[in-house]
Ligand binder design. Structure first.
Ligand SMILES: Cc1cc2nc3c(=O)[nH]c(=O)nc-3n(C[C@H](O)[C@H](O)[C@H](O)COP(=O)(O)OP(=O)(O)OC[C@H]3O[C@@H](n4cnc5c(N)ncnc54)[C@H](O)[C@@H]3O)c2cc1C
Ligand code: SF4
Length: 477
């Protein structure tokens, strides 16, 4: 801790977003960066607490007091070394993580948490600039071939950790480029895709093989897969969207959030999509059903596409502005959050359940909703229909109500993969000829990048432990 009084003397300073009128005219990142002097001062605010709750709250258990101290002292190599011990993609989490750590920071008790997420991305970017993140292939290979299916943050983490340990890793990806939801879900205005390309180039230089445009189960059969690899790790994500089963669902103009966001990400990448395949909000009254982060990304995208109006509808009640008594620090605050996209001009409606989609000439013209009254019964929120009906006019409806579990497609069926009671994959099935492992959203259900990374790290450990046991069957665990 460079300056023990910094947390008293230096206020929290965020870099903030670009002005609304400027940022909605493009798809570039909305967040700005602080200059180096300010960044070092922000890092110095970390109090090096005896019990660092931030470390407890971060799923990868990042060592913030240590790397922030090294950052403050401009010991870049040391700082990035500590950060990368627990985080395989700090330039990504530093941009998109909801910063679970900051909510548990001791300074957050008074609303002035250390800017850990921003410090993280600043450190990662500086390390890239200084050439401190460079290819470091393993010195030896062990000859064990592992197939990783899916190139999202979980798959990339498994691949990175195993590759560094000497395994021969091939990552299969059905999309034309690797990255999973980092590339095709999260909009460019939150995460520019050059960040993913840079990381992928590093992983390739370190020896990971990427086979993109290859859907395992279709372009490569399960039998071929099992013949060619000693272990398989499924990091296929949780892509089965929650649907809206109401009259009018068949009307034209209703899209799943992922179809909408993926297309805009492809357009930004130079794809030529026009005519009836193009999903555009231009000039339309857009209603996004689902008040979460995916919905918010659709709001920002529709605003950039020049929608006439954007309304976001949520079935749950509006959260309180401040923590309630039953939701104390250091737990995640269930309070109202406003994203950069929502700030850009969207109306938010709460406690509304969609009961019917209205149409004209086969196309969407609006939706009918009923207001809910939520009751707290012994800590469980129970909805009650009030009978009050609300109608909204709409030309386009985006369904952003979340995802249920991985798609139970021919790959998972062909592998006879086992699921838990929620339809997610079990994280290991080793009692088979070619052992099967899994990580990320496919095992957790829809979650966060940082949790996918932590889960990928665990899967890599499980795989390594499996082969270590196999090589030394007499050794005790
Ligand atoms: C719109 C949106 C915005 C989000 N924003 C944030 C955010 O701001 N911050 C945050 O922390 N989290 C965010 N999340 C959540 C986060 O993106 C996910 O939790 C994370 O990407 C999960 O990683 P994963 O590797 O498990 O799966 P994914 O990222 O879903 O990757 C799975 C990959 O597997 C591939 N695949 C599937 N089947 C096959 C097959 N048979 N053969 C080959 N490839 C296959 C898929 O094509 C995909 O590329 C967001 C999610 C969405 C949908
Ligand atoms: S990954 Fe997220 S929770 Fe962990 S230190 Fe970074 S910002 Fe905080």
């Amino acid at each position: 801790m460079g300056n023990p009084k910094a947390f008293i003397e230096i206020p929290r300073k965020e870099a903030g977003y670009r002005p609304v009128n400027e940022r909605i005219a493009d798809f570039s990142e909305v967040e700005q960066v602080l200059d180096l002097g300010d960044r070092l001062l922000q890092a110095s605010r970390c109090m090096d607490c005896g019990v660092p709750f931030c470390h407890w709250a971060c799923p990868t258990h990042s060592r913030m007091p240590e790397w922030q101290d090294a950052l403050y002292r401009e010991q870049w190599e040391k700082a990035i070394g500590i950060l990368q011990l627990t985080n395989d993609l700090p330039e990504v989490t530093g941009r998109v993580c909801p910063a679970l750590c900051e909510k548990a920071c001791v300074l957050a008790i008074h609303g002035e948490a250390v800017t850990i997420r921003e410090n993280e991305v600043a450190l990662a970017e500086r390390a890239w600039e200084l050439g401190l993140i460079r290819p470091e292939p393993p010195k030896q290979r062990n000859g064990i071939r592992v197939a990783v299916i899916g190139s999202g943050p979980a798959g990339l983490t498994v691949a990175n950790r195993l590759n560094k340990a000497g395994y021969e890793v091939t990552v299969f990806e059905k999309d034309e480029k690797a990255g999973g939801l980092l590339r095709y879900g999260i909009p460019d205005f939150k995460l520019t895709k050059a960040v993913i390309d840079r990381r992928l180039a590093l992983y390739e230089a370190e020896g990971i093989t990427f086979r993109t445009g290859t859907e395992v189960g279709k372009d490569l059969t399960v039998a071929e897969l099992e013949r060619s690899f000693d272990a398989i790790c499924l990091t296929v994500g949780a892509r089965q969207p929650r649907d809206l089963e109401v009259p009018g669902r068949e009307l034209q103009g209703i899209w799943f959030a992922m179809d909408y966001l993926t297309q805009q990400n492809r357009l930004n990448d130079g794809a030529n999509i026009s005519g009836r395949h193009r999903i555009s909000a231009k000039g339309k009254r857009v209603v996004v059903i689902g008040g979460g982060d995916t919905g918010s990304d659709c709001v920002g995208t529709a605003i950039r596409q020049r929608a006439r109006s954007v309304t976001q509808v949520e079935i749950l009640p509006q959260p309180p502005k401040e923590r309630t008594e039953d939701n104390p620090w250091p737990f995640w605050p269930r309070t109202l959050r406003t994203s950069s996209s929502q700030e850009e001009g969207c109306e938010r409606l709460w406690s509304l359940k969609t009961t019917r989609i209205l149409g004209k000439d086969g196309k969407v013209s609006g939706l009918e909703m009923v207001r809910l009254n939520w009751k707290n019964e012994n800590g469980r929120m129970i909805p009650e229909e009030t009978g009050e009906k609300i109608t909204l006019e709409a030309d386009m409806i985006i369904l952003a109500m979340g995802f249920v579990h991985p798609v139970h497609d021919r790959l998972l069926k062909g592998l006879k993969a086992k699921f838990d009671e929620r339809g997610n994959l079990l994280d290991q099935q080793t009692d088979r000829k070619v052992p099967l492992f899994a990580a990320g959203d496919a095992t957790l259900g829809p979650s966060l990048v940082v949790r996918a990374i932590a889960s990928g790290q665990q899967a890599a450990q499980n795989i390594h432990a499996y082969f270590t046991r196999k090589a030394h069957p007499d050794q005790k665990a």
